[in-house]
Design a protein around this ligand. Structure first.
Ligand SMILES: Cc1cc2nc3c(=O)[nH]c(=O)nc-3n(C[C@H](O)[C@H](O)[C@H](O)COP(=O)(O)OP(=O)(O)OC[C@H]3O[C@@H](n4cnc5c(N)ncnc54)[C@H](O)[C@@H]3O)c2cc1C
Length: 297
C-alpha cells in the first residue's frame, strides 16, 4: 500500500528541525532512517501531514568513547555501530547491533529511531536499559536527559514531549570484572526477535556483585527483570542460582500471543536466553572472547 500524501521538509540543523516540528504541530513526524516510520505510513498505521527529515543534520551520528564513558549520536546507524571499535571493546554492543534485521535495515536504521519508535521488539531500548544508559533529548524547552530504563512508557509511546528529539545516548564503560551479553531468538534475519535478553554482570571470580537483566519482545515495553537480578546479585554463580534467575525473568515477562509464538513459548525462550546470556557474560568477564548474536529457528 502507498502512504497517504505528506509534505517533506529537510532540516538543516537541530534547531531548524525542532522549530519545524513545533511550528507544524500534531501532524509532523521526524524522519531518521525511515525503517520503521515508512513501514507505518505504508500500512496507514500513521498518517502524518509532514515529515521533517533529520537524517542530514551534521554531527548527530558520532560514536565516541573515552575513559569516562560512551556517547552515541541519535543518527548513528546500526551498521556503523556494529563496525565501530566500540562493538569490539564492549561486545554486548556488537551483539545487539549485529543482530538487528538484515544489511539493508542496519544500513539505514538509527539508534535514535529505534528508541523513539517505542516498539517493544526493538533491540536498542533493551540493550540501553541493560547498560543503565542515559537518553539525551532536545526540544523547544531546551536539553534534558532521561534514563533509558522507562524511556519507552507503553506500546509505541515514549517520554518524548511534542517537538522533542533524541540527540544521543550515553553510558559508562563497564568496570573491572563487568561484562555482558545480548542474545535474541528470531525466525530469520529480517524479522524482529521473538524474544531477546540483555545481561550485564559484575563478577569477582564466580561471585556476582551486581546484575542487570532486561527483556525485549516480552511485554508491551522493555522489561527490567529485577527479581532475576536479585537472584544473581550477592550470590556465587552455579547452575541452580542461574536457573532461579532465568525462572524469575520468565515469570516477569508478560508476552502477547502473535504469529511468532504463544506466551508460554516466549517465556520458555526467555528462560533459555537468560541462562545463555549469563553464561556468555560470565565467560567474557573471565577474559574469554565469545561471539554471540541473535539465533534463528
Ligand atoms: C524488515 C525490518 C526488520 C527489522 N528488524 C529489526 C530487529 O530485528 N531489531 C530491531 O531493533 N529493529 C528492527 N527493525 C527496525 C529498525 O531497527 C529501525 O531502523 C528502527 O526501529 C527505527 O530507526 P529509524 O532510524 O529507521 O527511524 P524512523 O523509521 O525514521 O523513525 C521511527 C520513529 O522514531 C521517530 N524518530 C526517529 N528518530 C528520532 C529522533 N532522533 N528523535 C525523536 N524521534 C525520532 C520517528 O518520528 C518515528 O516515529 C526492523 C525494521 C524492518 C523494516
Amino acid at each position: 500500500m502507498y502512504p497517504a500524501p505528506f509534505r517533506y521538509h529537510r532540516a538543516a540543523t537541530l534547531d531548524d528541525a525542532i522549530g519545524r516540528l513545533v511550528g507544524i504541530g500534531e501532524g509532523a513526524r521526524a524522519l531518521a532512517g525511515g525503517q520503521t516510520l515508512l513501514v507505518w505510513l505504508k500500512m496507514r498505521f500513521d498518517e502524518p501531514t509532514d515529515l521533517v527529515d533529520i537524517g542530514r543534520i551534521p554531527g548527530l551520528d558520532a560514536i565516541e568513547h573515552d575513559t569516562k564513558g560512551v556517547r552515541i549520536g541519535a543518527l548513528a546507524t546500526h551498521a556503523r555501530i556494529a563496525r565501530s571499535p566500540l562493538a569490539k571493546q564492549i561486545p554486548i554492543v556488537g551483539d545487539c547491533a549485529n543482530g538487528i534485521a538484515d544489511n539493508q535495515v542496519r544500513s539505514r536504521g538509527t539508534i535514535g529511531g529505534s528508541l523513539a519508535a517505542g516498539d517493544p521488539s526493538c533491540d536498542w531500548p533493551v540493550l540501553l536499559t541493560t547498560l543503565d544508559a542515559t537518553v539525551h533529548c532536545r526540544g523547544p524547552a531546551g536539553a534534558r536527559t532521561l534514563p533509558a530504563d522507562g524511556f519507552v512508557q507503553d506500546l509505541y509511546a515514549t517520554r518524548l514531549e511534542a517537538g522533542e528529539l533524541i540527540t544521543g545516548v550515553s553510558f559508562a564503560l563497564p568496570g573491572k570484572g563487568s561484562a555482558g551479553a545480548y542474545v535474541g531468538f528470531k525466525r530469520c534475519a529480517p524479522a524482529f526477535p521473538t524474544s531477546s535478553v540483555g545481561v550485564q554482570l559484575t563478577l569477582n571470580g564466580d561471585d556476582c556483585t551486581q546484575a542487570r537483566i532486561a527483556l525485549g519482545s516480552a511485554a508491551l515495553t522493555t522489561i527490567r527483570a529485577q527479581a532475576a537480578e536479585a537472584e544473581l546479585s550477592g550470590r556465587t554463580l552455579n547452575a541452580q542460582v542461574i536457573a532461579r534467575a532465568a525462572e524469575a525473568a520468565a515469570a516477569a515477562a508478560d508476552p502477547v500471543p502473535d504469529q511468532r509464538g504463544s506466551p508460554a513459548f516466549k517465556r520458555s525462550l526467555i528462560d533459555a536466553l537468560v541462562k545463555r546470556g549469563v553464561e556468555v557474560a560470565r565467560r567474557r568477564a573471565r577474559g574469554e572472547t565469545v561471539e554471540v548474536s541473535h539465533e534463528y529457528y
